[in-house]
Design a protein around this ligand. Structure first.
Ligand code: MV4
Length: 449
């Protein structure tokens, strides 16, 4: 096994990875910005190297600074976590070319999935269902019109280099198409240095459901069932759960099989997520693949008993998965509430010093966070400061347990979205499982009105 791993990240995910290293007997190296001298990941790792000034671009996104830290500490492998450089194929290539192990998929997998047109091409070949629309890139307004008429309005124009909600335009009728098409093209060129766009039928009331997969270097790929991720605002998930309350066993089988087929199509190694949109009639379509560990991975860990970070490390070392698909059983229900340092209804960031932190505990409650009493939340990064995860035999018990955990959580000194979670967990639409990607934004608007 590896003797030493460098974690190219911060916050709760850096802490999660350091904890996994300790349990595997692997030494950990934290990298930290000048704003993170007192951060939890800096303190918990066996070694810590300062990599630059607070802004991400000068620290957690600085490839030279991170490579230098790996060299001076003699680390053998680099775990990128999520965000920052996690889906940067060039970084993965530099890591490998410099003689380190990349704890993640091949740079080829990352590059294919990062290019949404190339990704959809591969998925088509693999028989994974795609949203009706253009077969590949669209370059001319006239072609865009033809494709949109065929698919039927509304349509959505997406940047091939975009993803995660960036570089998209919805068009409701033909008169708006040319303007939106040209705008999407030029904005994509400016934002990503690639003006390639494609067109899909716009699904109006879908759910966002994703499949967790795990592959090794021996050609084995398994899924860890699906996660329901529809509870979001501005493309930021707020609460996730597994399994999805909307997915029946027959749909689950097809969905998870499609997830494995998608991963197999790019010879996927490591932990990955296939995102699908699911219509009210339960038809589902691939939209993109995330080639990294995700924030919400603990809900999949809890319903399957698989430690995803441990297996990311093991398969990166070359180990074969110690279980097959039939060994992976789905047990009970898990929910994750993301705790953000922000106003619960205005969503304005609230950095500052945490005067008091008390984590919830008790049966089947997990808190993944990187905070402590006296810690100052820096203003330079994401507002997510932790996650509460609960598990129970069924969804209703899991909701009750989460309500209890959210009530127990105490964070004083910075404003958090704890009250949003309290209201959401009590909401009848959430409790019945009848919601889609629009629910949260509509509900917030309603509450304000
Ligand atoms: C869509 C869509 C409707 N129809 N594609 C947004 C994030 C990116 N992963 C894809 N997204 C969407 N693609 C078609 N053909 C609606 C969205 C979308 C969305 C998807 C998942 C979660 C939240 C969302 C919020 C707004 C729009």
């Amino acid at each position: 096994m590896f003797h030493k791993i460098l974690i190219a990240n911060r916050g709760e995910i850096a802490v999660r990875i350091i904890r996994a290293c300790k349990e595997l007997g692997i030494a950990s190296v934290a990298v930290y910005s000048e704003a993170d001298r007192e951060a939890m990941h800096t303190r918990l790792a066996d070694e810590a190297v300062c990599i630059g000034p607070p802004p991400g671009a000068q620290s957690y996104l600085s490839i030279p600074a991170i490579m230098a830290a790996a060299e001076i500490t003699d680390a053998e492998a680099i775990h990128p976590g999520y965000g920052f450089l996690a889906e940067n194929a060039e970084f993965a290539e530099i890591v490998i070319a410099s003689g380190y192990t990349w704890i993640g998929p091949s740079s080829e997998s990352m590059r294919t999935m990062g290019d949404k047109v190339a990704a959809k091409d591969k998925m088509k070949e693999a028989g994974v269902p795609l949203v009706p629309g253009s077969d590949g890139a669209v370059y001319e307004v006239e072609d865009a019109k033809k494709i949109a008429r065929e698919a039927g309005f509304p349509v959505i124009i997406k940047a091939s280099a975009g993803g995660g909600g960036r570089g998209m335009k919805v068009v409701h009728a033909e008169p708006a198409l040319a303007g939106a098409f040209n705008m999407c093209q030029s904005e994509a060129g400016a934002a990503f240095g690639d003006d390639t766009v494609f067109i899909e039928k716009f699904l109006e009331e879908p759910r966002h459901i994703e499949v967790q997969v795990l592959g090794d270097t021996h050609g084995n790929i398994v899924h860890l069932f699906e996660r329901e991720c529809s509870m979001q605002r501005n493309n930021q998930k707020v609460l996730e759960e597994a399994p999805s309350p909307f997915v029946d066993e027959k749909t689950r089988e097809k969905l998870c099989e499609a997830g494995v087929a998608a991963a197999r199509a790019v010879d996927y190694v490591g932990a990955g997520t296939i995102e699908f949109l699911m219509n009210p009639d339960k038809s589902f379509y691939f939209i993109e693949m995330n080639t990294r560990i995700q924030v919400e991975h603990p809900v999949s860990e809890w319903i399957t008993g698989v430690d995803l970070i441990e297996w990311q490390i093991r398969v990166a070392y070359g180990e074969e998965l110690a279980f097959t698909q039939k060994d992976i059983k789905k047990k009970g229900h898990a929910i994750e509430c993301r705790i953000n340092a922000e106003h619960p209804f205005k969503f304005t960031p609230s950095p500052g010093t945490i005067e008091l932190y008390h984590a919830p505990g008790g049966r089947s409650v997990r808190m993944d966070a990187a905070i402590y009493s006296g810690y100052s939340v820096p203003p330079f990064y994401d507002s997510m400061i932790g996650k509460v995860i609960t598990h129970a035999r069924d969804r209703q018990k899991c909701i009750r347990r989460m309500q209890r955990a959210i009530d127990e959580l105490a964070i004083i000194g910075v404003t958090t979205n704890q009250e949003l979670h309290r209201r959401l967990l009590a909401n009848p639409a959430f409790q019945s499982g009848e919601f889609n990607i629009h629910f949260l934004e509509r509900w917030l608007k309603e509450m304000n009105a």
